[in-house]
Design a protein around this ligand. Structure first.
Ligand code: SF4
Ligand code: SF4
Length: 149
C-alpha cells in the first residue's frame, strides 16, 4: 500500500466530469483532496493524495491521463539542500515513509525522492532548514500545499 501526492491539471473540457469519484469505484484507490481550484469551463488544478496498491494507483493515474489530465508527483517539490545538510539525522525519525534514512555503516543520511510523499514534516524539524518545499504550481504559489500523510 502506497500513499502519494499528485498535482492534477484538468483541461477545461473535462473539469465537470466525475473522474475522481471513479478512482474509488473503478480502481479501488482512496483519495483525499488537499486543495482544488476547479470551475466549469476552466482549466483546473487539484492536489490529491492517493492511497492504494501500487498497480491500482498506476491504473487510476492512466485513467486520468486518458482524459488528458496532466499528472505530476508532488514529491518533486521537496528538495534537500546538500550544502546545508550536516547529516545530523534528526529528520529520519519523523519521515513516515522512510524517504529520509540513515545508511549504515557509513551513517549517511539518504534522501530518496521516489519514496517522499511531500508531507513536509521534515521541513520544520531540520535545524538548518535543509529540506525545502518548492511552490507546487503557479496556481498555488502564494499558498504552499498543506499536506497530510
Ligand atoms: S516531505 Fe520529508 S518527512 Fe515527508 S515524506 Fe518527504 S522526506 Fe519524508
Ligand atoms: S535534519 Fe536537516 S541537517 Fe539533519 S540530516 Fe536531516 S536534512 Fe540533514
Amino acid at each position: 500500500m502506497a500513499t502519494r501526492i499528485y498535482i492534477l491539471r484538468f483541461p477545461k473540457e473535462t473539469s465537470s466530469d466525475p473522474m475522481i469519484y471513479q478512482l474509488v469505484k473503478k480502481y479501488d484507490v482512496e483519495f483525499n483532496i488537499l486543495k482544488a481550484d476547479i470551475l466549469p469551463q476552466r482549466e483546473g488544478v487539484m492536489i490529491l493524495e492517493l492511497k492504494g496498491i501500487k498497480d491500482k494507483v498506476k491504473n487510476a493515474l492512466d485513467y486520468l491521463r486518458s482524459f488528458n489530465v496532466q499528472v505530476e508527483r508532488l514529491a518533486a517539490a521537496i528538495n534537500r539542500d546538500d550544502e546545508k545538510c550536516f547529516q545530523c539525522g534528526a529528520c529520519t525519525g519523523i519521515c513516515p515513509v522512510g524517504a529520509l534514512a540513515i545508511k549504515r555503516p557509513e551513517m549517511e543520511v539518504i534522501f530518496d525522492p521516489e519514496k517522499c510523499t511531500g508531507c513536509s514534516l521534515c521541513v520544520p524539524i531540520c535545524p538548518v532548514r535543509a529540506m525545502e518545499v518548492s511552490p507546487v504550481s503557479s496556481a498555488f504559489a502564494e499558498e504552499p500545499a498543506k499536506v497530510v500523510v
